[in-house]
Design a protein around this ligand. Structure first.
Ligand SMILES: *[C@@H]1O[C@H](CO)[C@@H](O)[C@H](O)[C@H]1NC(C)=O
Ligand SMILES: *[C@@H]1O[C@H](CO)[C@@H](O)[C@H](O)[C@H]1NC(C)=O
Length: 326
């Protein structure tokens, strides 16, 4: 009987989902962006913590709309547009719009797949001359970057600040990813696809300092240098799964092999990264020690504190090499 029940459960659970969703970061539970403001340190409700953002109203930095999601995510009501500009500073002079999981689940044990899709358009396009950190962990053991390395117009996947894979971040294309993290083995690999195509593994698991306190996965973007032009980043399909990976995008109802615009899709074009490639090791730790006035708080190769003691902020004195608390 037990075996029969297990088999029945397994049969049902594999219909649409290969693994178990341990945290659902889709934006289905948010009707308007005002719902993100319901979260506070004193009232930790919903699926996202929302505190890493500028001082203007949330509607300046976040917007929800069906047109902001990957259309292949048929199980999602709408996607999120995240906007950063010179007002989007938090705890430093860097521009940030980042959501953090709000959950009691352990997101850092066993085998986990961190799923998300991102897009840019040519309107308020990200500036490829500036470093961006995207969908990163506090320790930066894995993350995406834009505006770095030998091909700054590429979206670059990194392990511990080392380039491991990259793809041309073309406008109006949805890029789907899953960070394949084995917290038991301390390894991370990468799955990727575009449009409605199923995820394929593009980098096998490699050693990494995998760790999370389940409240330090940054769903969003950080621009290192503070400049006025706004940038829009589109995010959808965020969820974390344990067990076996689901490779379909959404519930798989989009025909594999075609993109949402009907063209035949290919896996993302990748760029081989020379083994010697080293990325700027700028860190963005939000907690822990703070730098004092006139101390360094960022820059290539710098690994110390990146936030400043009050009331000072971290300023780009000689970007990307030197940032100082002033
Ligand atoms: C996929 O999701 C959409 C929207 O929720 C639904 O209409 C459709 O029936 C689903 N398809 C499958 C195969 O489950
Ligand atoms: C994760 O690592 C553990 C320990 O090395 C190993 O037993 C397990 O098979 C790995 N899981 C996957 C999915 O590779």
């Amino acid at each position: 009987m037990v075996n029969f029940m297990w088999a029945l459960f397994a049969a049902f659970s594999t219909v649409a989902q290969a693994g178990t969703i341990v945290w659902d970061g889709t934006f289905n539970n948010f009707n308007t962006v005002a719902d993100f403001d319901k979260w506070s340190w004193a009232n930790q409700v919903g699926t996202y913590q929302w505190y890493i953002h500028g001082s203007n109203p949330t509607s300046r930095y976040l917007a929800l709309d069906p047109s902001y999601k990957n259309p292949a995510h048929t199980n999602e009501r709408h996607g999120l547009k995240m906007t950063i500009d010179s007002t989007a500073t938090w705890n430093s002079n860097m521009e940030r719009a980042e959501l953090i999981p709000q959950t009691t689940a352990n997101l850092g044990t066993g085998q986990m797949y961190y799923h998300f899709s991102i897009k840019r358009s040519n309107t308020n396009a990200p500036d490829s001359t500036l470093e961006h950190q995207i969908m990163f962990f506090e320790s930066h053991f894995t993350e995406l970057k834009y505006g770095v390395g030998s091909r700054p117009t590429n979206l670059v996947w990194m392990i511990g600040g080392q380039e491991r894979w990259s793809t041309d971040f073309t406008a109006d294309t949805w890029f789907n990813f899953a960070y394949d993290i084995n917290f038991s083995a301390s390894t991370v690999g990468l799955w990727a696809s575009t449009g409605g195509n199923p995820l394929v593994k593009v980098v096998n698991n490699m050693a990494a300092s995998t760790s999370t306190n389940s409240a330090d996965f940054h769903v969003g973007v950080l621009r290192i240098v503070n400049t006025p032009p706004p940038e829009d980043w589109y995010v959808s399909g965020v969820y974390i799964e344990s067990g076996t990976i689901t490779t379909t995008i959404g519930n798989g109802s989009t025909t594999p092999g075609t993109t949402s615009d009907g063209t035949t899709a290919q896996p993302p074009t990748t760029t081989a990264v020379p083994p010697t490639a080293t990325a700027p090791a700028t860190t963005t730790t939000a907690t822990g020690p703070q730098q004092t006035q006139w101390g360094q708080c960022g820059g290539t190769g710098y690994t110390g504190p990146t936030s400043c003691v009050s009331p000072y902020t971290c300023n780009a004195v000689s970007p990307p090499y030197y940032y100082q608390c002033q």
